[in-house]
Design a protein around this ligand. Sequence first.
Ligand code: XMP
Length: 322
Amino acid sequence: SWTMLNIVEDAVEAIRAQIGPEGRAICGLSGGVDSAVAAAMVQRAIGDRLTCVFVDHGLLRKGEAEQVERDFVAVTGVKLRVADAQERFLKALEGVTDPEEKRKIIGREFIRVFEDEQRAIIADGPVDFLVQGTLYPDVVESGGGTGTANIKSHHNVGGLPDDLQFSLVEPLRALFKDEVRRAGEELGLPASMVWRQPFPGPGLGIRIVGAVSRERLEILREADAIAREELSRAGLDREIWQCPVVLLADVRSVGVQGDGRTYGHPIVLRPVSSEDAMTADWSRVPYDVLARISTRITNEVREVNRVVLDVTSKPPGTIEWE
Ligand code: XMP
């Protein structure tokens, strides 16, 4: 729209003024809409003087890494460095089952990989600016200070090392989420990125109850893709706040398929409706949609023989299982 166009153009002008004619900037991409829109704006303002970094920790959902590496780059022309850190994260997470421990490890490894990338970029010349997708509600929540390190630590793996050598560029500081999405559309970003529902920084790592492994991630990724596809097809994307799909990796139950007994894992569907994620209710997803998801997951994901629905509100249950 006309006003959104103005908001984008004004932001681009302000970024140019802040960074100046020679300055260089770095921006971490998480796969989410905020960092993508911030990066796209800064790219418009300073072109190749922005380098984006995508840490592929292997904990994203099906298709999300490609969306960043291929679709986002194609649309924006952004200069991107991809750190393929999947092995590193798997190794660091090996055998770890405690949820807080997992979060700490993922956060720590993320910062280390990001810092390595940062060093490589700085080797090409000085970088003074770090771009962050801080939104207005984040600013308010953290007391409105200007910013250096504004982040709710456990809440943003896409955010960053607490590096005071950089000045922050925060082009979304005055915007609400829906405005960021509209700006994303204005910038031509992929719809699935612009409209992505909330997804936690630690990703699928905290949706496997039990230790994380490559095989378990693969199972969860397939089940999650089916659930997302069927919920979208039923037109429920806007109605549902988000729907974590959780693998109970240490639980097995007996089933039967064809002539044979199976001994597989349960998958939990956790569709919730919410205004702000502080409280939530379980979504009354129509039975026929649930039936399709269940049938498809148990047919298409060999290791899963049971699909269960989480009917707990928040409180007492959190939205995520870990
Ligand atoms: P809970 O599970 O606490 O989740 O009810 C509330 C909302 O926050 C998301 N979430 C996270 N987001 N990093 C994030 O960026 C995290 O570590 C994290 N943990 C939970 C969750 O998906 C829900 O939208």
